[in-house]
Write a protein that binds this ligand. Sequence first.
Ligand SMILES: *Cc1c(COP(=O)(O)O)cnc(C)c1O
Length: 385
Amino acid sequence: MIFRQNYPYRLLTPGPVPLHPDVEKALAEPIIHHRTPEFELCLKNVSEQMKEVFATRQPVLMHTSTGTGAMESAIVNTLSPGDEVLCVVSGKFGERWAQISQAFHLQVHTLNVEWGEAVRVHDVKTALDENPNIKAVLLQACETSTATVHPIREIASVVKSRPNTLIIVDAITAVGAMMLEMDDWHLDVVIGGSQKAFMLPTGLSFIALSEKAWRFCEASTLPKFYWDLKAEKKSWLKGETHFSSAVPLVRALHVALKFLTGPEKMKTLSRIQTLAQATREAAEPLGLRVFSKSPSPSVTALIVPERVDSQKLRDHMEREYNLTLMGGQDQLKGKILRVGHLGYITDEDMYALIDILYRSLRDLGCTEVSKSSLEQARATLEKYL
Ligand SMILES: *Cc1c(COP(=O)(O)O)cnc(C)c1O
């Protein structure tokens, strides 16, 4: 990466996200062993705080893996070969649920949803009524590839009354980023990831199971070793992780959690909301329209003008202005830009985002985007920040 003098490096993707300076400092601390009183105290504090973030009385367990590891863990711990599952597919991460399920020889029913739209609760209910043997509904709280939130609370209330069905929620861009109450909403499995709402580097995933989901674990016969959550829970009760802990990441998590718990929690959530709202509105005068019909606070997908290839725009912004955003994948490749709202994002970053979008659109020939569009976009930011 070339660091241009006028443009410090900026990372505005839905994950990884920019780190708070206190988190960076924690990551630079000298290493200690994970079986020490000092680290055990840290883990104990983290365990309590994580329950608050997930809003659950259940243990929130940790894997040293990316988020996908916890998705696999959710499946191998609760299900058995041949089980029927319902995968809500409305983007890349919904597809991933179906792929993991297939890899483990589950019988996959897919509920395909137009990309950018939220799944309809009624459609989930119908699918469950028509296929009463479905053991789990697998979906995202926020489908990051389309920046869309699904009504998981309402879907959970449909699943709740079915003793043989779980709702398994990939909440990697939701838990810690928006309201999510695992116990009150009757979510059976909730998954989080370190490089998203938890404002850490990649490398930790989090998973919590309801009492109902723990009962499914007792019956599950899919093979598991590293992912064995029953073993992980046993260690958790002793104040340890089952295998070696990722000490620097856990210590950094302890620091990041001060922004996700207690009085700071609402401030963080409302900051994320504000950044999302400001981005959506400020993008409009620049000719960028919001893609999702059910937009997420954690990430915004913007449709670029027809003449522009969003991938080229994204690459141009990175090369010329040191700003990394995400493009679209598959059917959205070349069509959308995705801007993340998680992590340590300053007001200055937001002004830079608007400024660089304006310059880059002009650089790529969108001359209709005028100086006054930029001023309008800036005025919108001023209203929010
Ligand atoms: C980032 C993300 C994941 C996990 O991706 P990893 O690269 O494995 O960390 C899964 N689901 C969603 C919705 C995500 O945003």
